[in-house]
Design a protein around this ligand. Structure first.
Ligand code: PLP
Length: 380
């Protein structure tokens, strides 16, 4: 290969995406602006209907952000102080944070080394009489093994709440998101696969009690004007619903593009000796929220990241500090580790996310591949 001239490859393509569908977004937003109804208005209702239909669930409830979506569901289920929720430590901090906001204890079990999602075979040993819920994360855009998780949950009479912040439009092997759980929780912050220009979140569920509970809790404990019980303020604004309604029509084509770039990375990077590629479980439809590789040596991670930066490529780490390694990790009653979690720790130490968004170009992907391989060849 001839040496390529230096390029700049961004990590996100927010403005490219906006430019591609500007007319559709602007029309929807303008409809809200001219309606005079900006909070709990008709656009929110419309988007909730579309989002439920997209998931084949009975209900969708828009909330303020993805973190709120999780703890609002936990509270609607009556989960709180004295209860335990089982999840993973190699996820965005908010998964555990939501459990803590609900007042419950987060219990970390190890992740599967191939997908980095929760390892279902590790769950049973972590269950105690206090365990109420499993919170699997569909990390990087790939579904956790929900069939195996559901089996454990049924055996021990536990709830399952999916953290689906990263995997809208993904499918598991023989199941859909929202199908095998009590509820699935989504984030619409701009960098997620379906992102608004700011913060947003939603819950999808088939359970009427969760639907009514989250609707009440998100709006000052009120389902009827002037009648209140305990609650909060966590709503999805109609302007965000307008953006999301326009973008939802494109999520399938964008997921296909993410898969196309992922396949190009995987083919291009195959055979490298200094890092490993993560796998797509057979039968899964992975939507590559992130395209992550893991260096074989933890010491290489920051070196490769710096090399990418020096070559104009914006790489990142998701997530370099596992939750139990965070300074703010509330040791003691709020969290515990169930057994050693070496896979989650390796993931945190070795992960690198390469640029991944639908609006990438073939030149940008090929340049990134070439640079990563150039670094790989220089390793002993
Ligand atoms: C983004 C994210 C969240 C939190 O979503 P916010 O909308 O930022 O509150 C929760 N869990 C995971 C796995 C995420 O990636």
């Amino acid at each position: 290969m001839t040496t390529m001239s230096k390029m700049t490859v961004p990590f996100y393509g927010h403005v490219r995406q906006y430019q591609n569908i500007k007319a559709e977004i602007d029309a929807n937003v303008n409809e809200v602006l001219m309606s005079g109804q900006y909070v709990m208005g008709p656009m929110l209702k419309r988007f909730e209907k579309e989002f439920a239909a997209f998931h084949n669930t009975k209900y969708a409830i828009g909330v303020g952000n993805g973190t709120d979506a999780i703890w609002l569901v936990l509270m609607a289920l009556g989960i709180g102080p004295g209860d335990e929720c089982i999840t993973t430590a190699n996820t965005f901090f908010a998964t555990a944070e939501a459990i803590w906001i609900a007042g419950a204890t987060a219990v970390f079990v190890d992740s599967d080394p191939l997908t980095n999602c929760i390892d279902p075979s590790k769950i049973e040993a972590a269950i105690t009489p206090k365990t109420k819920c499993i919170v699997p994360v569909h990390l990087y855009g790939q579904c956790a093994d929900m069939k195996a998780i559901r089996k454990v949950a049924d055996k021990h009479n536990l709830y399952v709440v999916e953290d689906n912040a990263q995997a809208i439009c993904a499918r598991g092997n023989g199941f859909q998101i929202g199908e095998l759980s009590d509820a699935a929780c989504t984030s619409f912050i701009i960098q997620k696969n379906l992102g608004t220009f700011g913060d947003g979140g939603a819950v999808v569920t088939n359970n009427e009690k969760i639907d009514q509970g989250v609707r009440r809790l998100r709006n000052h404990g009120s389902l009827k004007r002037s009648v209140h019980s305990y609650g909060f303020n966590s709503r999805l604004d109609d302007i965000h619903a307008a953006v999301l309604s326009a973008k939802l029509k494109h999520i399938k084509e964008w997921s296909e593009l993410r898969r196309k770039w992922a396949a190009r990375y995987t083919a291009g990077l195959a055979g490298a000796k200094s890092f490993t590629l993560l796998t797509e479980t057979p039968g899964n439809y992975h939507v590559y929220h992130l395209y992550v590789i893991e260096t074989k040596k933890a010491a290489d991670r920051d070196v490769l990241l710096k090399f990418l930066e020096d070559n104009g490529i914006d790489g990142k780490c998701h997530y370099p500090i596992a939750i139990h390694q965070q300074e703010g990790y509330p040791w003691g009653k709020d969290a515990r580790i169930a057994g050693p979690i070496p896979n989650s720790e390796r993931n945190a130490a070795c992960c690198i996310s390469l640029p991944m968004f639908p609006e990438l170009t073939a030149e940008e992907v090929d340049y990134t591949i070439a640079k990563v391989l150039e670094w790989d060849k220089a390793q002993a």
